[in-house]
Design a protein around this ligand. Structure first.
Ligand code: FAD
Ligand code: FES
Length: 347
């Protein structure tokens, strides 16, 4: 069973929205506390999964926490509007102080505790990808004053910078926090103009030795940053990135051998069976069959879609949250698995 939010008192509690701050034309920050006001444990960089009722449908979505566990009284997330998106639009249009939301326990290995790190941290973010980087910066500034932080944030214009005042405040208050804004339309003299291309990357980070890079933003941005670091001979064991976009296992399967085949899928616990196409993720097939599975991130990072393949063969692109023991027992992440034969699944 997926863990619900556990407060320090051990109780399961919904989160109550206490404040809302408009960040940009299409993004707002929401401040939460547990309903019983007890602190919630998490690691800087992790995300939380909210269960949101949209027109009678329960939908799960992951949002990175931008707050720091060193100040556990509040949790903050920032939601950016996705055109046509069900949950982002619902939250931005309806969520107000006083409203409560169900949430799953914070999760994710893109965090400063579980990933190898050094005393020189480079936070590279673009757009809404700033959220986990802000959490990591806040945590390091509170708990590790000797750590040097280069925060390089990309956005379209000054008006599109999320948490702009907070970034300026951290820059002014901490000698070990250096902020660079890379804006397509620069707003002030210190902004660097354009996109983060290789010459600017080299100029801003002339020495990568001993650095740890945390990177979050749109996939093309992260691919470019990864390539810049790799080409410079950076130790990629210290390059950590997180994607907000669903990378469906099904998409990867579209081009693979066996595409176009279809198999039977059964879930005996629920006395249900159906079909699964080889180009479809196991999560998509279970959802189509009306089975109760939560697909919160749909990209193999949150673990909410864990299920057990009792018989049959799957191809899996991520087992990120599963222990060796679980993998040996047949557990898979449904969002990251496609069928290679008839399947029997236990939920
Ligand atoms: C680990 C993790 C952390 C995240 N943190 C944040 C965060 O801090 N702030 C935040 O705003 N979002 C974050 N997200 C994204 C968030 O979970 C939702 O995917 C996003 O809000 C869109 O959901 P939706 O229901 O509005 O769109 P959906 O109804 O799910 O999708 C509608 C359409 O938009 C496309 N789409 C879905 N998500 C995105 C996206 N992120 N960018 C562009 N197109 C998309 C879909 O392919 C689909 O075509 C995070 C995701 C993950 C996996
Ligand atoms: S939905 Fe998050 S790991 Fe599958």
């Amino acid at each position: 069973m997926t863990p619900q939010i556990q407060t320090a008192s051990g109780a399961t509690a919904p989160l109550v929205c206490r404040d809302r701050v408009e960040e940009t034309a299409d993004a707002a920050t929401f401040v939460f506390t547990a309903a019983d006001a007890a602190p919630i444990a998490y690691k800087a960089g992790q995300f939380i999964v909210f269960c949101v009722d949209v027109d009678g449908q329960k939908l799960h979505r992951a949002y990175s926490l931008s707050s720091t566990p060193s100040r556990p009284e509040n949790l903050t997330i920032t939601v950016k509007r996705v055109p046509g998106g069900q949950v982002s639009n619902h939250l931005l249009d309806h969520l107000r102080p006083g409203h409560a939301l169900a949430a799953l326990a914070p999760a994710g290995d893109f965090n400063v505790v579980d990933r190898p790190s050094t005393g020189h941290v480079v936070l590279l973010s673009a757009g809404c990808g700033i959220t986990p980087c802000l959490s990591i910066a806040r945590w390091l500034l509170d708990t590790s004053p000797a750590t040097s932080i280069d925060f390089i944030h990309s956005a379209r214009s000054g008006d599109d910078v999320i948490a702009a005042a907070e970034l300026d405040r951290l820059h002014a208050a901490h000698a070990n926090f250096r902020l660079t804004r890379v804006l397509e339309q620069p707003a002030r003299a210190s902004d660097r103009a354009g996109l983060l291309a290789r010459p600017l990357f080299d100029q801003l980070l002339p020495d990568l030795h001993g650095r740890t890079i945390f990177c979050c933003g749109p996939q093309p941005y992260m691919d470019a940053v990864r390539a810049f670091a790799d080409e410079r001979g950076f130790d990629m064991g210290y390059f950590h990135c997180e994607s907000f976009a669903a990378t469906s296992a099904a998409r990867a399967a579209q081009t693979s051998a066996g595409a176009g085949q279809s198999y039977t899928l059964s879930a005996p616990t629920f006395a249900k069976s159906g079909e699964i196409a080889s180009t479809q993720s196991l999560l998509e097939a279970l959802e189509s069959a009306g089975l109760p599975i939560i697909g919160a991130c749909r990209s193999g990072v949150c673990g909410s879609c864990k299920c057990r393949v009792v018989s049959g063969e799957v191809t899996t692109t991520s087992s990120a949250t599963l222990s060796g023991e679980e993998i040996d027992s047949g557990y898979v992440l449904a969002c990251s698995s496609t069928a290679r034969s008839d399947l029997v699944v236990d939920l």
